[in-house]
Write a protein that binds this ligand. Structure first.
Ligand code: HIS
Length: 410
């Protein structure tokens, strides 16, 4: 075990970092084409703020720090909450971010930070907005080269409505959520029997974990357990959003999951999660949270989602899509007597955007990275070597234009 290394689980090698940068460029490009503007929020937040509102991150999972005046702060445990608090726009606002969030669950004590790339759309409560945000998630996954993924679509209201009628206490509610989440059909039945619920209510709750799969089938099943007008409305909302998704041509990527329960409690409408083949956890989570803003004095409808960047990097690595490109454009070897002209060339070539390393000929280091071109400055010769072809050049300018011509031709 290495001394003072807190956790080894953060990707820290060069290839992973480059892959993350490529991913981030993809997020930025795609989010921008849907009208989103990038923002950031503070890394430190007031612990009290999280204490005063409901439906936020579990307080035990937040990482607390104490500033020099003794005030308790937390490291940003979520981005949606601070953005909902900061949002003052009177018209639609589309924001995106690529930021680290800090949470520590009891199950995964080593996992304290993760990078999220997310979007939030404020000020639009239409089902077209719901569909557009989901399509943006799908569009981005396709940009990243994923073909085998599914978006599970559900609704926060479906479960809430049933649970409200069952009148459960907090611990019963948590148990039920766990059973539904893990589709634990064996334990859910005796659990519900003990609660002595009305038959139709017990039956409806028991069927929730099975309300999963092909949208047409799930809608037919769900119609049979509708107990009141609000549940009817919720189901209609799901059907309407799904219809817009069909018009976008993304129906293939959608499955319905009426037992879907997101981590955060602030959701009030459509919720969704994205799953890739071979990754057990969702790589994206999101949904509508129309009541969160109210807690900060400004009721604004809102919907958004966040990708877990680390899981995506892991998935790309597993699929063998890792970047193996570790070489550079050009190496300049030079005799001490030619130092001036060699270093001048290096400066100019770098100025043109080429990656350049310089080495004295008598340097012992043989462990050099691969390069596309090699330049040799010796007392007698000035050579540019490209793929076994040797070209001589008279001046720095000539070298620069030769290199650029080759680069352009590639
Ligand atoms: N902040 C949510 C994801 C989300 C963004 N917007 C809406 N939901 C999470 O971390 O799970």
């Amino acid at each position: 075990m290495q001394k003072y290394v807190l956790s080894q689980n953060k990707n820290s090698n060069v290839e992973d970092f480059q892959m993350r940068e490529q991913l981030i460029t993809t997020f930025k490009n795609r989010f921008t084409t849907y009208g989103y503007k990038q923002v950031r929020t503070s890394t430190f937040e007031q612990y009290d703020m999280y204490g005063s509102i409901t439906g936020t991150v579990n307080k035990d999972e937040m990482i607390k720090v104490i500033d020099t005046s003794g005030k308790v702060l937390v490291l940003r445990p979520d981005v949606t909450i601070p953005l909902a608090r900061m949002n003052t726009a009177t018209t639609n606002q589309r924001l995106f971010y690529v930021l680290d969030v800090f949470r520590q669950s009891i199950e995964q004590i080593d996992q304290k930070e993760s990078t999220q790339a997310g979007v939030e759309l404020f000020g639009d409560n239409s089902l077209e907005a719901d569909a557009e945000v989901i399509v943006l998630a799908i569009h981005t996954l396709r940009d990243l080269g994923f073909t085998n993924f599914k978006i599970e679509l559900g609704h926060a209201g479906f479960f809430k409505e049933l649970v409200q009628q069952a009148d459960l206490n907090q611990s019963q509610l948590e148990t039920l959520k766990t059973y539904i989440h893990s589709k634990n059909l064996v334990e859910i039945e005796p659990f519900l029997n003990e609660l002595r619920l009305a038959d139709d209510l017990r039956n409806a709750i028991q069927l929730i974990p099975m309300m999963y799969g092909n949208p047409g089938d799930v809608i037919t099943q769900a119609k049979q357990i509708i107990l009141n007008a609000s549940m009817q409305q919720v189901l209609q909302n799901i059907i309407d959003v799904y219809d817009v998704l069909v018009d976008y041509g993304v129906a293939d990527s959608i499955v319905l999951n009426l037992g879907l329960i997101n981590n955060m409690d602030y959701y009030s409408g459509i919720i969704f999660q994205g799953f890739l083949d071979n990754v057990g956890k969702p790589v994206l989570m999101g949904g509508r949270y129309d009541h969160l803003g109210k807690q900060f004095g400004k009721a604004t409808p809102a919907i958004g989602f966040a990708f877990e960047v680390d899981y995506l990097v892991h998935a790309l690595n597993q699929q063998g899509k890792a970047i193996v490109e570790s070489g550079i454009d050009l190496i300049i070897n030079y005799d001490k007597a030619k130092q001036k002209v060699a270093l001048e060339s290096a400066y100019q070539l770098r100025n043109e955007g080429l990656q350049v390393l310089t080495y004295l000929f008598d340097e012992k280091d043989t462990n050099r990275p691969p390069s596309t071109y090699i330049v040799n400055y010796t007392n007698d010769e000035q050579q540019l070597i490209i793929e076994n072809k040797t070209i001589t050049f008279a001046s720095v300018n000539e070298l620069v234009s030769q290199c650029l011509a080759v680069k352009e031709a590639k």
